[in-house]
Design a protein around this ligand. Structure first.
Ligand SMILES: C[S@@+](CC[C@H](N)C(=O)[O-])C[C@H]1O[C@@H](n2cnc3c(N)ncnc32)[C@H](O)[C@@H]1O
Length: 311
């Protein structure tokens, strides 16, 4: 039920992930998953993808799906913009639900809002013809902002009917109901498509090298910043592993994706292996490759020789 993107092909194949074809529906920021479970019960034929940045909420929602016997929901722990671009095939989505998105009320934080122009542009390439995003919120200003952004994209028609009753049963809806707040709803229906295709992230099979020579004895390691076209990788620190090698804690920032990965340099049967540790099932992206390439170059500078490389 929880998707591990490191082990999946992008975009997701419904047959592989849900075991069947079906209408694809996305919920962004599902929180504890009660709305997700509810739409799964109402529409047994839907293949539902939930995307949520909070690990604690993903865990709660997963438990709920198990407890309530919901089998048509797959959850992804991560950013909506990344998921939309990489997990969802072009023109394959019929619906997107966004209930009570974080409002980021201060003007200087507006850029953090989910429903902004660039999101609508990206969304237009993933929605099928006639597909729509449904927003429900207690925040009037955000509701107006989202409408203005969608209209400015030139790719959506906007309607503002009252919110359907079952959208007002989420954890946040119930909380705001108790406080007597008003609710706002908008339906954004795709009318056009952004000319930019928003291609999926380029991934690589692997990034490693075999080296010969003796690993240096490190007494310290200075943070290294590697800039490349499309992002930055930072090797933060090196730690000894008990097998006689080193781990390098590395932070990689690329468009739409931030990963903390472990690189490793360790003795193996075929020589010194320098590459990515499988810990955390990272995505092997250009940034990860660049970090490995830097490490190999650095070890060459310490007198080791590269016997074979795979990047
Ligand atoms: C105010 S809560 C609403 C939760 C739930 N929809 C409800 O109505 O009870 C907003 C949720 O969106 C999630 N979130 C915020 N930004 C996100 C993003 N960029 N991608 C995925 N989830 C996000 C937060 O972690 C949080 O769980």
């Amino acid at each position: 039920m929880l998707l591990r993107p490191g082990t999946l092909n992008f975009p997701l194949s419904p047959a592989e992930v849900w075991g069947r074809e079906g209408e694809l529906v996305l919920e962004v920021g599902h929180g504890d998953g009660r709305f997700t479970a509810e739409i799964a019960r109402r529409h047994p034929g839907w293949n539902i993808l939930g995307v949520e940045v909070s690990a604690a909420s993903v865990a709660r929602a997963l438990k709920r799906m198990r407890r309530e016997g919901v089998t048509s929901v797959r959850l992804y722990h991560g950013e909506a913009a990344f998921a939309l671009r990489n997990l969802v095939a072009p023109r394959s989505l019929s619906r997107v639900y966004v209930n009570f998105p974080d409002p980021w009320p201060k003007a200087k934080h507006e850029e953090n809002r989910l429903l902004q122009r660039s999101f609508f542009r990206r969304l237009s390439t993933r929605l099928a013809g006639g597909g729509a995003l449904l927003l429900t919120t207690d925040h009037e200003e955000y509701w107006r902002f989202a409408q203005a952004e969608a209209r400015a994209s030139g790719l959506f028609a906007v309607e503002t009917p009252p919110p359907p009753e079952h959208h007002l049963q989420t954890k946040y809806a119930l909380k705001w109901k108790e406080q007597g707040r008003d609710f706002y709803h908008a339906v954004f229906t795709k009318t056009g498509e952004d000319p930019q295709p928003w291609p999926v992230l380029e991934r690589f099979e692997m990034a490693h090298a075999l080296m010969s020579g003796t690993l240096p004895e490190l007494t310290s390691f200075d943070k290294q910043i590697i800039r490349f076209d499309g992002g930055t990788a930072v090797l933060l620190e090196a730690t000894r592993d008990l097998g006689g090698g080193y781990f390098f804690l590395t932070h990689v920032e690329e468009e739409d994706l931030t990963q903390d990965v472990l690189l490793e340099a360790r003795p193996s049967a075929r020589g010194l292996y320098v590459g990515i540790s499988r810990f955390g099932a990272p995505l092997v992206t250009k940034g990860v490759q660049q970090a490995v390439a830097w490490l190999v170059g650095w070890l060459e500078g310490q007198g080791l020789e590269t016997v074979q490389r795979s990047y």
